[in-house]
Design a protein around this ligand. Sequence first.
Ligand SMILES: [Zn+2]
Length: 389
Amino acid sequence: MSERTAQLNIPEESGWLFVPYSFIGADVCGRKKPQAALLVESMVYSFSDPENSRVCRQSYADMRKRLGLCNDTVARSVRILTASGAVEQDKSRRICAEYSHSAPSRGLSGVEVPDFLLTEEFTIRGKKRRDGSVTPQRVRTLRPMEAVILSEIRRAQQNGAKEYATSDSRLAKQFRLNKSTVNEYITALIRSGLLYRAQEGRGCNGRYLSRYAVNEKLLRVLRKRKARENKQKQGKARETLFSAGKLTDDERARAAREIAARNARNTALDARTEREHWYAVRRQEAENRARRYLRIAEQDEAYSAAQKAVKRLDVAIAKAEVFRLPDLEALRRERLEQCAVRARRLAALHIGEEDLRPAWHCKKCEDTGFEIGTGRPCSCYSPPKGDDV
Ligand SMILES: [Zn+2]
């Protein structure tokens, strides 16, 4: 299933967790393992290596922050895992408990889940109701298995696949989830703008595969933001010294200037990231719509044949023009005929030529945020208000 296998000694500051497939959906103490416990278990596994006497020293607060869980959930997860014997907790050191995992530290296959997928809040767009109204959007963090499924699709893409073909029932089996739960997760991922369905599987018996791809642009934006936040945290240490009054007057003045400059910079950067995020989602929406229509058209044999013919003729015509070949006129006529075939097929499929091109929300900037031609920031930016949760 995966070429990626467990690595030894993942540095704790690596920014991602390794989740072995065999941990997912397994039973603990006769009941299905909660998803939060899966994360805690993966964290202990990622950061410990019993063979080299390395243990995981993450505190409850570290786990909570890093996994996006609350304190009670972390405590409950640790209880479940220690009771089952999968995780060993050593409290003898008093300062911080040490954890180790009983599984071998090599040879397990699994998936890497970036931390920010667990802690970042995403806007999940509302659903359209039958009467045309839209259910309210929600802002929340991803469920652990949503993050795992997304990472799995990413992993396949990083291994060279352009899209990832799977069905709800296949994912359900792979990750030991209900089919309806998988469907719910995939829908949420799509509505968050993180994932898109390049091609929808037809039929309801799950035999047909849908093709998925991850919105890498959006992930890049989020990763950048996360890196910046980490940097900010480092700067905080100096700020603490400053506020504790442990600096000389000269140092105080310099530190105050630095802090003010950094705050201004961060505010500007945050606004920029928000903006990039907003446009990445919109662009994807418009591109997806065009891609959907193109797929429908390409499934039509006559359209597909005509489309190929036009492409071939374009090349032939270019060649004929350069070498002044006598069949240029005939080629041009044939191209027109093929274009007409193509147009007729589209009309029969109720698809307009314009449907095959992205219908940008904003014509001025084509959803890039910068006006085409001038490169000026576009006026169409209207970010959602934070309070319509
Ligand atoms: Zn615009």
